[in-house]
Design a protein around this ligand. Structure first.
Ligand code: ADP
Length: 343
């Protein structure tokens, strides 16, 4: 078999060589060698190219553009130079935290998991989509803050824990009843998720409790990469958790796993461990449903107190941080084994 060889014309060669005299500000290599630009095209005296400016500051972009113009205009025959800039869209994943019913610790898990993942080095943001009872501002100590907007895009509120966040609770006055219907809630959530999340590579979404249409349409619209379900150990709660798993299965969102909350109460006075809601039920249910069991968070008054004080236990050095760090470890392992999806 003989390959057809085409010899590049001298002008194309000269343009490519000229472009490579300009160094990538990050790597110091020539622009084609560093993959920032393909060799320029030439037509009617105009040399044009597309420059990938991902990771470059505004100044660096302007400097490189000037250098490209100077280099290409020096090539005989070139009368004008056009440079179009593009930046790679940050690839970012969404993980939904769901529960079959309210009061099982979904918001507590979402806040502490976000903090634990940040402690493990991930760049993570938190969205509170719980339209019926947005509690993340309280849990993350950002109550009363209002997100700013830049060119119609919301800017997440920073927190002391390195986790930027946005909540429905930031958009309404505290205590104001929220009676949004599905589509309105969906639009508001869209704004929170499409906010300017900067460097965040992962967004945790604290979903409203339950398995109704609001939840279903949110899941279908936002297409999370995976879902975490939380339940207390007793049978009744587990029946609801099973419904939540069904909901994600219907939308073909992979279940990362099930978390058991409020098992094993250690009496603060005598230290005796009891199980007001039973124990091990979620692990058994996870086995029966064929989903991974990710861990157990004990019923601990310190968790409730710290949460109410806007100090997520996962941020501290106490024993109550450990279950959240362990679950965060499982989530990171899951993320490492999953192809990246962009939204
Ligand atoms: P949900 O989001 O499922 O409605 P929350 O996270 O708001 O549930 O938790 C409900 C209440 O239970 C809160 O007061 C919270 O502080 C408390 N809570 C949650 N998990 C625990 C736990 N493991 N130990 C003690 N209190 C907890």
């Amino acid at each position: 078999m003989s390959a057809i060889m085409t010899t590049p014309d001298p002008l194309s060669t000269a343009l490519a060589a000229a472009l490579d005299t300009v160094a990538d500000p990050l790597t110091g290599k020539g622009l084609t060698e560093s993959g920032r630009a393909a060799p320029p095209r030439f037509s009617d005296g105009v040399a044009s190219l597309i420059l990938d400016v991902t990771g470059l500051s505004g100044d660096a972009r302007a400097q490189v553009e000037r250098a490209i113009r100077a280099a290409l205009i020096g090539v005989p025959g070139v009368k004008d130079v056009r440079v179009a800039m593009t930046a790679e869209k940050k690839s970012r994943r969404l993980i939904a935290i769901g529960s079959g019913k309210g009061g099982v610790g979904k918001s507590t898990l979402a806040a502490n998991l976000a903090v634990a993942l940040a402690r493990l080095g991930m760049k993570v943001g938190l969205v509170d989509a719980d339209i019926y009872g947005p509690s993340q501002p309280r849990l993350m100590g950002s109550e009363g803050q209002r997100p700013e907007a830049h060119e119609k895009q919301l800017i997440p509120v920073p927190t002391r824990f390195g986790v930027p966040m946005l909540s429905m609770g930031h958009l309404v006055k505290p205590g104001q009843a929220i009676a949004w219907r599905g589509p309105m809630a969906g639009n508001a959530l869209g704004q929170l998720i499409d906010a300017d999340w900067g460097e965040a590579e992962l967004i945790l979404v604290d979903l409203p409790p339950g398995t109704g249409d609001v939840q279903l349409s949110m899941i279908q619209k936002q297409k999370p990469a995976g879902a975490l379900i939380i339940s207390t150990p007793q049978d009744l709660a587990l029946i609801d958790a099973t419904r939540a798993i069904d909901l994600f299965n219907q939308s073909t969102v992979p279940i990362i796993g099930l978390v058991e909350n409020m098992a094993g109460y250690a009496c603060p006075h005598c230290g005796e461990v009891s199980d007001p809601f039973g124990a091990g039920g979620a692990e058994t249910a996870a086995g029966a449903l064929g989903v991974p069991f990710l861990g157990r968070i004990p019923l601990d008054i310190a968790i409730r107190k710290a949460s109410d004080a806007g100090q997520p236990p996962a941020a501290g050095g106490g024993a109550d941080a450990q279950p959240f760090l362990d679950i965060a470890g499982h989530v990171m392992m899951w993320l490492n084994g999953t192809p990246r999806a962009t939204f």
